[in-house]
Design a protein around this ligand. Structure first.
Ligand SMILES: [Zn+2]
Length: 297
């Protein structure tokens, strides 16, 4: 069958052409997936409802985003201008991960073409993250009684501090973050399992560490997985400090998706970060997530 993949033209927002966040990657990735026949037709998400957002964010913060009345300090922490297209994008990308999680429940695998806003916590956003889409979707699945024990596998180069904060007292969500020790955030939060990597970590060592931890994670009875497949671990990334190759990222995505698919644990894949200056390369790296899932399903 075809892999369910979510996309919306509003994933693109007007943040300025010289912004260091490569926002054009969302449209380019969608085109790439269609042109390469990885996806035939996208599922279109609705903007996330306020009721669903409130599962992971304060009412005050949601209102301040929607009304564009957020304080300057938090806007600065997020790093995007608070304009209509950014508000729209944040709502629809979160709706996209909620929809992807529901489709993953039905088909075993599903991916968003955005998402993985893992620095946003209950009270506010940070680091190019407005709403924490994975946290919102995880709480949605739990509150609807669809799943009991969720695993978040976060392999973005940055620590998933928003998720570890939101779920620190929640025994139904296990946060696993494998990231660069010296990347943002300077002050790390505490996940259920943090793996801190040195800057000179190369493919072989990286994949061995990953495999070791997957074996440990496989001993738990998770019934749903969110996979944040950030490609800012690439050696040519503008922000990430690790040295992983194209092939290393491809292998990583294959290992993670195959591990859970073979155990019939539904997996929802989301993009995570990626800041390669070469947009074609960046899109190709992000597409490894969708390609590895499409091969399995
Ligand atoms: Zn990142």
């Amino acid at each position: 069958m075809q892999l369910p993949v979510i996309n919306h033209t509003d994933y693109f927002a007007k943040i300025g052409d010289d912004h260091k966040f490569p926002i054009q990657k969302f449209g380019a990735l969608a085109n790439y997936l269609i042109n390469k026949n990885i996806v035939e037709k996208f599922y279109t998400p609705y903007p996330c409802s306020e009721e669903t957002l409130r599962r992971a964010h304060s009412e005050k913060y949601i209102k301040n985003i929607k009304n564009k009345t957020l304080d300057q300090n938090t806007i600065k922490k997020i790093g995007f201008p608070l304009v209509d297209s950014v508000v729209k994008r944040s709502l629809v990308a979160t709706g996209g991960t909620v929809l992807a999680s529901k489709l993953a429940m039905k088909y075993g695998l599903a991916c968003n073409t955005a998402g993985g806003s893992h620095h946003a916590n209950f009270e506010g956003g940070a680091g190019f993250c407005v709403f924490n889409d994975v946290a919102v979707a995880a709480k949605y699945l739990l509150n609807k009684g669809l799943v009991k024990k969720i695993l978040i596998v976060d392999l973005d180069v940055h620590q998933g501090n928003g998720n570890s904060d939101i779920f620190k007292d929640n025994k139904n969500v296990f946060t696993f973050s494998m990231h660069s020790k010296s990347n943002y955030p300077a002050k790390k939060s505490i996940s259920d399992c943090d793996v801190e990597l040195e800057n000179d970590t190369e493919d072989k060592e990286y994949l061995n560490i990953l495999k070791f931890h997957l074996i440990e994670l496989n001993k738990e009875n998770f019934d749903f997985v969110f996979y944040i497949a950030g490609v800012d671990i690439h050696f040519n990334d503008r922000l990430g400090k690790l040295k992983i190759s194209d092939n290393g990222i491809k292998k990583r995505d294959e290992i993670v998706t195959e591990n859970f698919f073979s155990k019939r644990i539904p997996l929802c894949g989301v993009l995570g970060g990626g800041y390669n200056k070469n947009i074609d390369k960046l899109v190709e790296l992000h597409s490894f997530l969708h390609q590895s899932c499409a091969k399995l399903i």
